[in-house]
Design a protein around this ligand. Structure first.
Ligand code: T3D
Length: 265
């Protein structure tokens, strides 16, 4: 697998990462998962980057794990694969990376997102989908359990009833319904997808990066914290934010009735 299965472009403080195996609907291989994770980590370490866009090339966002790799090894009489290895070594670290990045990740779902492809999208901070896109928790059709964080994020996003329907039936949920259910942030016309995504990424990249990173941290923690722990965390994070240059600039700009300038990206 060449590095080309993951394309990266950085401009104006926004890193755009494109899954690029369009003939296989951008299905994940192990190399792709490793490169994707490394690329996200590099973007997070780059002070010139303020937001990440993740999207897919061609007509799909991502069809999940490349099943031809699995079929080949089973046909070759190699016995059943130990899927805990791919999950433990590739998918789990990727989801932890997406959730743990300080940078906001905006996912532009340009077409079908199935299996781990859907769940990687749902791990991102803001998900915008083209009207023709759809989400399929395809695992139940091949005898697998939701992975790539799906069993964690899905019920939290849409509630148990809808999560169970999606997971057990594997129905295709179109982008409009996904937005109506709160699975994603927004559904836009196909031709507007990259402009709408770019506008949101621009707003985030121009924003107060430390504050945005702490918001992400607080929202992540709220999924498991009780109210008391969360209130304590808000206090501690607000202390850090209150000491930042961005906060000073935000308040001064408000008082001076001007647009805040949080630094060039
Ligand atoms: O194994 C582990 O490590 C465990 C981890 C598992 C994580 C997972 O993601 S498991 C779930 C894997 N994904 C799926 O089960 C989805 C499989 N794909 C589909 O159900 C359909 O392709 C779609 C609903 C996504 C799209 O359908 P459609 O009709 O628009 O396209 P198509 O004709 O099915 O696919 C187009 C081509 O892409 C086709 O190749 P061909 O015949 O033109 O040479 C198809 O085989 C290929 N393709 C689609 N999905 C995959 C794939 N090739 C390999 N792996 C795929 N997942």
């Amino acid at each position: 697998m060449s590095e080309d299965a993951i394309l990266t472009e950085a401009a104006g403080g926004i890193a755009t990462i494109t899954l690029n195996r369009p003939d296989k609907l951008n299905a994940f291989t192990a190399d792709m998962l490793t490169t994707l994770r490394r690329t996200l980590e590099q973007a997070d370490a780059d002070k010139a980057v303020g937001a990440v866009i993740l999207t897919g090339a061609g007509r799909a966002f991502c069809a999940g794990q490349d099943l031809s790799e699995r079929a080949m090894s089973m046909q070759d009489g190699g016995g059943p694969p130990d899927l805990s290895v791919t999950i433990g070594e590739y998918y789990n670290p990727l989801i932890r990376t997406i959730r743990g990045l300080q940078l906001p990740v905006v996912c532009a779902v340009n077409g079908v997102a199935a299996g781990a492809g859907a769940n990687v999208a749902l791990a991102c901070d803001i998900v915008i989908a083209a009207r023709s896109a759809s989400f399929i928790e395809a695992f139940c059709k091949i005898g697998l359990v939701l992975d790539a964080g799906g069993s964690y994020h899905l019920p939290r996003l849409v509630g148990r009833a809808r999560a169970a329907g999606m997971a057990l039936l594997g129905d295709r949920i179109d982008a409009e319904k996904a937005a109506e259910w709160g699975l994603i942030w927004q559904c836009v016309d196909d031709e507007e997808l990259m402009t709408a995504t770019g506008d949101i990424a621009r707003q985030l990249a121009d924003g107060p990066s430390q504050g945005l990173g702490r918001i992400k941290q607080a929202l992540n923690a709220s999924l498991t914290n009780g109210l008391d722990e969360q209130l304590d965390l808000e206090r501690d994070l607000q202390k850090i934010c209150g000491e930042s240059d961005d906060y000073r600039e935000g308040v001064m700009a408000f008082m001076e009735k001007r647009k805040p300038d949080f630094g060039d990206r």
